[in-house]
Write a protein that binds this ligand. Structure first.
Ligand SMILES: Cc1cc2nc3c(=O)[nH]c(=O)nc-3n(C[C@H](O)[C@H](O)[C@H](O)COP(=O)(O)OP(=O)(O)OC[C@H]3O[C@@H](n4cnc5c(N)ncnc54)[C@H](O)[C@@H]3O)c2cc1C
Ligand code: SF4
Length: 487
């Protein structure tokens, strides 16, 4: 513990952001780096409490008090070594994680938590700047001769691939899209994570000996049979990308789209890549976004950057409280989530139900709504006599995901689905097929990047044990995190 009185003297400081008028005109990263002195001050707030609940709140089991102390003492090289011990990609979590560690921080009982996520990002940024992050290929004599196929290149697949390669196996990552990264590349906007950040890790992993195959839709080319025949183990990291839809009159009208169809196109446009399907654009339109999570917020930020005429964000459930209920500590509080994009404009409404859409010439013009309320049993019902309409030309459905896309690969494997629509696995990440493991959203249902990395690491260890009977891979982060939250 660096400064035993730090938390008494220093208040929490949020990461600095670019001015909202300026940032809404481009797709560059929203936040600015925190000056080193300020990061050190923030790290000094860590009390290094006897039982660091933050460490359990983090699904990766990040050794947070250790690196807070190292940052305070200006020992950044040791800090990144400690951070990399549990997290392959701290820049992904440092930029994108909703930080379930922070509500678990003991300071939260009667103060604001340590800015753990910002300190994590500062450590990895410093490590890249100093040239401390270099490829670490396993020595040739450590190669086991075993071959692993990782299907899907999101954070779960990337973490599993890096771990298994370090264990000496020959790893091939198959990705059906034309670029590596899963939702990091196609889904999450550039203003949250610029794509060179993902490419930098891919370059490192290629130099470590991992083979990446893009435009490789497993089930078609290669076929499931070829994969089973040619590889000793398979990691399924196919995500949970089947979008939840609405079943109401008028849903078929033009101008109503699943959020992901819009977000992927938008990422392609920002990257200067062609969009092959019919273009979905918010420019000049009155946009309505249904849903209140990360996906909805990403649609909002993109719509503003495209210069929409107006944007409304509607949520089915009631408005959560503004202030955290400290009584939930160390679990995730039920509190209104306000992201940087909410400061940029748009109107948010809660307790709104959708009864249908209408419009002339096959195009959506109106959304028909009713107010909703919660019954004492917690059920959401529509309030009679509260009908109203909203004029709109673009409706984006960001109302969740129903599990992995049930394509030919999953049909061939025939692993079944659980109640979340995800692929069932035991506590060792094993499916019912020997040698086939599953990690990330494909196993959990739509979740978070931190969980995807954590599960990719754990599934890799189990695959290593399956192939060799022992594992050199870290068994850290085997614990269960408190207070799960969903994307
Ligand atoms: C719009 C949006 C914004 C989000 N924002 C955040 C955020 O800010 N913070 C956060 O923590 N979480 C966020 N999430 C959640 C987070 O992105 C996911 O939890 C995480 O990406 C899951 O990682 P994954 O590796 O399991 O799957 P994914 O990232 O979904 O990757 C799966 C990959 O598998 C590929 N694939 C599927 N089937 C095949 C096949 N048969 N052959 C080859 N490839 C295949 C897919 O093309 C895809 O690239 C967000 C989610 C969405 C949708
Ligand atoms: S990965 Fe997320 S939960 Fe873990 S320490 Fe970083 S911000 Fe906190």
């Amino acid at each position: 513990m660096g400064d035993p009185r730090g938390f008494l003297k220093i208040g929490r400081k949020p990461p600095p952001k670019r001015d909202k008028v300026e940032r809404v005109q481009d797709y560059s990263y929203i936040y600015k780096p925190m000056p080193t002195e300020e990061v050190r001050d923030q790290a000094a707030r860590c009390m290094d409490c006897g039982v660091p609940f933050c460490n359990v709140g983090c699904p990766l089991g990040n050794l947070i008090p250790d690196w807070n102390d190292l940052v305070y003492r200006d020992r950044w090289k040791q800090a990144i070594d400690r951070l990399h011990a549990t997290n392959n990609f701290p820049e992904f979590t440092g930029m994108l994680c909703p930080a379930p560690c922070e509500p678990s921080c003991v300071l939260t009982i009667n103060d604001d938590p340590v800015t753990i996520k910002e300190i994590e990002l500062s450590i990895i940024n410093r490590a890249f700047d100093e040239g401390w992050v270099v490829p670490k290929p396993p020595p040739p004599e450590k190669r086991t001769g075993k071959k692993v196929a990782v299907v899907g290149s999101g954070p779960a697949g990337l973490a599993a691939a890096q771990q298994l390669n370090w264990a000496g196996h020959s790893v091939t990552v198959f990705e059906k899209d034309d670029r590596i990264g899963g939702l990091l590349t196609y889904g999450i906007p550039d203003y949250k994570i610029e794509k060179w950040v993902v490419e930098r890790r891919v370059t490192q992993m290629e130099a470590e000996g991992i083979e990446f195959r893009t435009n490789a839709y497993v089930g078609y080319d290669p076929t499931t049979e070829e994969l089973r025949r040619d590889y000793d183990s398979i990691i399924l990291a196919v995500g949970a990308l089947a979008g939840r839809d609405l079943d109401v009159p008028g849903r078929e009208l033009d101008g109503i789209h699943l959020a992901m169809d819009y977000l992927v196109q938008q990422n392609r446009r920002v990257a200067g890549l062609p969009v092959n399907e019919k273009e979905i654009s918010a420019k000049g339109k009155n946009v309505v976004i249904l849903g209140g999570g990360d996906t909805s917020a990403d649609c909002l930020g993109n719509s503003h950057r495209e210069e929409a005429a107006s944007v409304k964000v509607l949520t089915h459930g009631p408005r959560p409280p503004e202030n955290p209920d400290r009584l939930t500590w160390p679990d995730w509080p039920n509190v209104l989530q306000t992201y940087a994009v909410h400061e940029e404009g748009g109107e948010r409404s809660w307790s709104v139900g959708i009864t249908g859409f209408s419009g002339e010439n096959g195009k959506v013009e109106k959304m028909h709504c009713m107010e909703t309320e919660r019954t004492p049993e917690g059920k959401t019902i529509y309030k009679e006599g509260t009908e109203f309409e909203i004029e709109t030309e673009l409706v984006l459905l960001a109302i969740g995901f129903t599990g992995p896309v049930r394509d030919r690969f999953l049909d061939d494997l025939n692993l079944g689905y659980n109640e979340r629509g995800a692929i069932p696995a035991d506590e060792k990440f094993a499916t019912k097929e020997p040698g086939v493991f599953v990690a990330g959203d494909a196993k959990r249902g739509a979740s978070l990047i931190v969980w995807a990395i954590a599960e990719g690491r754990k599934a890799a260890r189990q695959a290593d044990l399956y192939m060799t009977g022992e594992s050199v891979l870290s068994s850290l982060a085997e614990g269960t995190a408190l207070g799960e939250i969903k994307a």
